[in-house]
Design a protein around this ligand. Sequence first.
Ligand SMILES: Nc1ncnc2c1ncn2[C@@H]1O[C@H](COP(=O)(O)OP(=O)(O)O)[C@@H](O)[C@H]1O
Ligand SMILES: [Mg+2]
Length: 415
Amino acid sequence: MGRRLASGEAPDSCMVKKRSPLRQIRSRDQNIRLPRTVRNSLPLSLRGSYSTQSRHEQAFVGCRHAARNPNPEGSDFKWRNTRSDKTTVGTPMPVISIYNNKGGVGKSTLTVGLAEFLASNRKRSVLVIDLDAQSSSSGSLLGRAAVAHAIESQRTITRLAESIIQSGKSPKNLSAFITERPASTARGTSLEKIAILVPEKPGMLELEETMTQTKDLLALRAYLKPALASYEFVLIDLPGNIDRRSKLAVSALVMSDFVLIPVEPSQISLNALPDTFELIHRARELGKNGRPAIIGLVLNKTDKRTEQYRSKFPPILEAAGKGELPPVFENVIPDTPKLATATDETHDFSTLKDRFDTYYDHVRKVTRELEERCEEYAFAPEDGSAASYGGWLRRWFGALGNRKKIQAQRMRAQV
Ligand SMILES: Nc1ncnc2c1ncn2[C@@H]1O[C@H](COP(=O)(O)OP(=O)(O)O)[C@@H](O)[C@H]1O
Ligand SMILES: [Mg+2]
């Protein structure tokens, strides 16, 4: 039987053994653990208090990762404790960019959903960096008045980036730039605190003009990333329609461990993917550390029963299975006006149920899958470059075009 880890002690794989079901149930403060079937039978509002994973299992995951590759990404990748009791080791702190070069595919909606579920359902400390000048995700999390106030008092990512790039140093007082969405006091899965870095459009354009050297594009990774180590998840909401001249966005990609790409199952949305892959590839060339890795495509506004889905996605899933495209998340987000309401900045939500209503479970499952994929990817070798993904898509688009031409020729021949 495995013994308990002392504070700060790293687990040794040989001491992590299977425990009898009865021994798996412990008291809350010591991380109560329930078998998955029992936990799933509880009302949703109670489930968050219980885990199906023991600390030993959590530790084991970290241990397995660390054993395979102690420092997979070079010196800037952090392995660190995520629980205050310091018995969990090896969980990475991921910086995740939510990016697709097409606008309107759900980047901001997904950022808000992930931030809320990571903070309130998974009890993680979360920082959202909103790099879209339209400030959709910060508006949705904070409300318009608080965003305006943050800009007025210069608490913005723009000012923070400016001070880092100009000084070439980590920020002395990061909290002076951060705005916090306070936790609500409602019963049930009340919304937890989330930290937000708000954008400011005019300053952003000015700053980008001053970023003339490659070192400026690497500055956020060198000086900001280490200062974010107190957060368990950093989510970056990027704007659409950007290219290599969008220097702040490129430097945010360089700082990222992963990119999550929301897509809609439509040809128009897929058409934007080669550009998306190309910019990610550019960030990798600049960063020279194999990052950011594409953690996956998340299908938004999706119903698996529709013709659009059935005609477009089987070849994409097949290519993803062979590594010719990035992985596709198993869980999808449906098309529903409820999710449009969930990000409405004029609504004052106080619980997760309030905010996501009947779509609670969809967003929860995508969040969970993201966490799991982050853990797996932390050590997986990166095969297939972002550029070759674009190549696959172009060939496929070409084939689709040819099929259309052939069909048209056949139709003409029949007439
Ligand atoms: N799953 C969904 N169902 C219905 N509407 C959605 C969904 N996801 C996003 N939307 C809506 O689509 C629009 C664009 O979403 P947004 O998250 O702002 O995209 P982006 O950040 O990529 O530009 C918004 O009006 C949003 O409310
Ligand atoms: Mg957006």
